[in-house]
Design a protein around this ligand. Structure first.
Ligand code: SF4
Length: 246
């Protein structure tokens, strides 16, 4: 998944305030209606493989991680199998992923801990997850939510942007957005919210140019001005150009 934002351009400058309770419910209801069973785009077969995939996904795309882990996950399904594969063996599988040296070291180290302290199982609680090498709050949130169905909100760059731009969960920091989502997201959307918001940010409410003209929550969202379809935008540019030369 995409990393948490680290400064850079503010893509939600047009947002204005928080959404009301009823609008937040309707926002999620529509995203849920369009995609009733949202899933992560990372490929995995069990909780351990999910943990490995998320650990490998920092500053990398899900597509890139999936390509690298496809062959790996055919042979390695448990922490013990990863320890047996070893550091160099793991590196040879994931060398196409950015920062693979560090990621491989973390995956081997966390696998050793899972074998030694957790009977080879992925723990479901935050403290135990965050004690593993390379596992921060965001990774713990993803694993708790996706593998164990916890109501956690992993804020990556997409969710940070969508939360602020739309007004569904404004906040100046990743943790502030996470806390706002936790406070404001109603049932029955709390488990799926993480995926709905990521997918909405990745494919519709994009960073540079949100696609407001095809957005199912455009009438609820606080972002202004809304964007028009590309052909209307280019027609406007042409009209403006004609006006400028006449
Ligand atoms: S209308 Fe939709 S695409 Fe446009 S900013 Fe709002 S949520 Fe994003």
């Amino acid at each position: 998944m995409a990393d948490a934002p680290k400064g850079g351009p503010v893509h939600y400058a047009g947002s204005a305030g928080s959404l009301k309770k009823a609008d937040i419910f309707e926002f999620y209801r529509r995203l849920a209606e369009a995609n009733p069973a949202p899933e992560t785009e990372l490929a995995y077969g069990n909780a351990y493989q999910l943990l490995v995939a998320v650990t490998c996904s920092a500053q990398s795309t899900d597509v890139g991680v999936n390509k690298a882990t496809k062959a790996l996950f055919e042979d390695v399904k448990t922490p013990a199998q990863m320890v047996a594969l070893g550091l160099e063996g793991l590196k040879s599988h994931i060398k196409t992923i950015g920062l693979y040296n560090n990621k491989a070291k973390n995956v081997i180290a966390l696998s050793e801990i899972l074998v030694r302290d957790h009977a080879g199982e992925v723990p479901a609680d935050r403290d135990a997850l965050e004690a593993l090498p390379g596992v921060g709050r965001k990774t713990a949130n993803v694993v708790m939510n996706t593998a164990f169905g916890a109501e956690t909100f992993a804020v990556d760059t997409h969710i940070f942007r969508v939360g602020n731009r739309t007004g569904i969960a404004p906040g100046k920091t990743v943790l502030a957005v996470e806390k706002a989502l936790d406070k404001k997201t109603p049932q029955p959307f709390r488990v799926g919210a993480h995926h709905w918001l990521i997918l909405h940010g990745r494919y519709v409410c994009k960073a540079r140019t949100p696609e407001c003209w095809r957005c199912p929550v455009a009438d609820l969202c606080r972002f202004k001005p809304k964007t028009a379809p590309p052909r209307i935008q280019s027609a406007k540019v042409q009209t403006d150009t004609v006006k400028a030369v006449t």
